[in-house]
Design a protein around this ligand. Sequence first.
Ligand code: GDD
Ligand code: MN
Length: 375
Amino acid sequence: MDLSVIVPTFNEGPNVAELVRRTTDAMAGRVVEVIFVDDSTDDTPDVIRAVARTASIPVRLIHRNDPVGGLGGAVVEGIKAAASDRCVVMDGDLQHPPEVIADLYARAEQGDVDVVVASRYVAGGTSDGLANAVRTAVSRASTLLTKAMFPRKLHNCSDPMTGFFLVDRRALDIDTLQPRGFKILLEILARTQLRVAEVPFSFAARFAGESKASFSQGMRFLLQLTMLRFGRMSAFALVGGLGALANLAIMWALQMVGVQYIVAAVIASVVTIVANFLALEYLVFADMRAESGLMRHRFIKSFTFNGIEAIVRIPVIWVLVSQAHIQSVLAAALTLIAAFVVRFVFHALVVYAPKKSRVGKAVRAIEPLEDEVTA
Ligand code: GDD
Ligand code: MN
């Protein structure tokens, strides 16, 4: 078996035959199976059995009466049952064009990665099939936030929210996965440091049936994210929170000795920006410093960001105080909270981004040594 294609399905009957037909054509010349892991409440299992009888490739059905873990749980079950170590995970509604399986497979065959992601957000990919502008915006924003929370593990992945990817089962510790809801790729990538490559694809419109995405899936995703990454984000929040308190205390103290509130806000900001940077360097991102270039470059980026933030924040404080008549320290507090999320995303993705060339150089220097040792 060259490849197992795992398709989680929930009431996708009208899509089954078309999916199997296109998968068969796309992988002609290879030995491929399709495994439907089905939690349907309608006649989808019967449809799958009927298609299996006439298909020219093996089509298997795992029907779960107890749908543990929803979509993600189904995927894990499929990976465990697969006949091949190479598994493609793909939606059952043809929003993931089966023709792209051939691209995923070809990339995996190069043998240098554990996961190949079909990405909407890499050059050549599109997300036009997302139902509407709101979903597009939600998808973009949650992708950014997720990448900020796992800057290193997701460094080579532009689309951690996609449900379309190839994974080599041998690189996974399947039993440590705790699938919750829809985002199984995120679960896989966040647990282990895997080697990731991407191929572009165009996210299509649904072939038939209705989407199962919902507000509660969105909430489950946020929970998953928080659980996976309580570490860095909470440390960042703590440092930021203490910094904000220090900022407000300094501002208050300066006003007590008669300094005008705008001047006080400027001084308080400069002091906390520097202290905050040092805390990030030595506490929050300590493990990422080595790979992310020179400290003074990081400081310039961080200082510039915070400077711009302060420059934007102070007129906003002025508006809140003079127009909305909010008390000045409270106004400053409101703007600090709003700035927090943006600051975290910027630091994780820009300031502490691994320098590609450096890592690449190191890897290239080590590889020949490795070869010699193995020889
Ligand atoms: N077995 C099983 N159990 N399958 C499920 C369940 C479940 O509880 N819920 C949904 N599925 C199946 C659907 O039948 C479909 O094949 C696939 O999972 C994706 O569900 P959709 O209803 O099509 O959701 P979507 O299009 O909003 O979400 C997909 O697109 C996202 C990208 O925006 C998912 O693939 C996400 O993983 C992907 O990130
Ligand atoms: Mn879909």
